[in-house]
Design a protein around this ligand. Structure first.
Ligand code: NAD
Length: 348
């Protein structure tokens, strides 16, 4: 008989956290279901060579809670969940994903898995051979595949709500936006800003991505480091997390930060640093929910127009966040969690 370890763990505020170890398949993984008040939990699978089990657990707890908040703010019928596989992503095997599928079945649809760091559509396809609880596979019938156009649309709406707060009108005409990263989402957002009459500055570690933005969008290209100093209205982090920190915030020469990267603030203190500098910060998880919105629409039966129109709702959510922040005289990032909690647990 196959030897497996299945360990149920209890954490306050979390519905179910399970560790699974299947030595024959080389699988060591956690699934964390934070909350299902609004619907089945959904969140990506992350595969990393975590230094320890504790480190992986910390990540899955944090990320699954983040998904509850993100989905609640997005107004979709998903709760928050996440999974992590502890392992070297260069050593993925079909056995590993078959074992992960078995693990997934244990939750009977209360956790739906999607892509995250180091997990591809091919990996999800392997899981799907033995589990129904997988969404967001590129090229599958009933899915847009790449969610970035929907994410970009949401960022644009977040941008409009932010610009309206600062200048009293949501028009992007003449707006100067500095993009850190012009990959899938960054480029698509920059394109919409230019179409709306704005001007863009870009940087990317990929020379081709920079060149394309210069050629197709008339973007001004600056070095990876100089992007922080660009005199602009909006700084848009669209590359990796943690780019707003004690070194970069003093350099920013903008009125607001709106971008798609996850976890833009290196620490919570950096939110206060932005506030002290009078820079309005649109919380990343409130504006970058287009990806999860796209998966939710896939869950219900894919309709691209519906996905875009749900992403348009990010404008209303951001307007509500700014208005609450103003009346409470607090930074927007401080009132955003509260709004998510009201949607998750009801008003108290
Ligand atoms: P992507 O890989 O297509 O684009 C990221 C771009 O950033 C790449 O062109 C890369 O070369 C560049 N980059 C990386 N490090 C950089 C650096 N230090 N300076 C400048 N450029 C750098 O990814 P994406 O799908 O556009 O997503 C961008 C970010 O948004 C990621 O953090 C992602 O997790 C987050 N996000 C994406 C989606 C989505 O729908 N794709 C949804 C929510 C959040």
């Amino acid at each position: 008989m196959k030897k497996m370890l299945h360990e149920e763990l209890a954490f306050p505020g979390y519905e179910r956290v399970v560790y699974y170890d299947d030595p024959s398949a080389g699988l060591k993984a956690f699934v964390s279901i934070h909350n299902t008040n609004l619907g089945p939990s959904c969140g990506g699978i992350r595969m990393l060579p975590y230094a320890s089990k504790e480190e992986a657990l910390k990540d899955v707890l944090l990320l699954s809670k983040g998904m509850s908040y993100k989905s609640a703010l997005a107004g979709i019928g998903f709760g928050g969940g996440k999974s992590v596989i502890i392992g070297d992503p260069t050593k993925k095997t079909p056995q590993l994903f078959a074992a992960f599928a078995e693990f997934l079945e244990m939750f009977e649809g209360k956790y739906i898995a999607a892509k995250d760091m180091n997990i591809s559509s091919d990996d999800l396809m392997m899981i799907k051979q033995s589990s129904r609880y997988v969404l967001g596979i590129d090229g599958e019938a009933g899915s847009l595949g790449d969610p970035s156009p929907v994410t970009a649309r949401g960022i644009l709406r977040g941008l409009e709500a932010t610009v309206e707060q600062i200048y009293g009108s949501k028009s992007l005409k003449g707006l100067k936006v500095a993009f850190q990263g012009v990959g899938h989402v960054g480029y698509a957002t920059a394109e919409m800003v230019v179409k709306a009459g704005g001007e863009v500055w870009v940087t990317d570690i990929d020379q081709k991505a920079q060149d394309r933005a210069a050629k197709e969008l008339g973007a001004h290209v600056v070095s990876n480091d100089a992007i922080y100093d660009v005199a602009c209205d909006i700084f848009a982090p669209c590359a990796r997390g943690g780019s707003l920190n004690e070194k970069t915030i003093p350099r920013l020469n903008c009125r607001a930060v709106v971008g798609c990267a996850n976890n833009q603030l290196a620490t919570e203190q950096d939110g206060m640093r932005l506030l002290e500098r009078g820079i309005l910060y649109a919380p990343d998880y409130a504006v970058n929910s287009g990806g999860i919105i796209n998966i939710f629409v896939e869950y219900e039966g894919y309709d691209q127009q519906k996905a875009f129109s749900m992403a348009d709702g990010i404008y209303e959510t951001m307007t509500e966040i700014y208005s609450r922040a103003k009346s409470a005289n607090k930074a927007p990032f401080l009132v955003t969690d509260k709004l998510a909690e009201e949607r998750l647990y009801g008003r108290n």
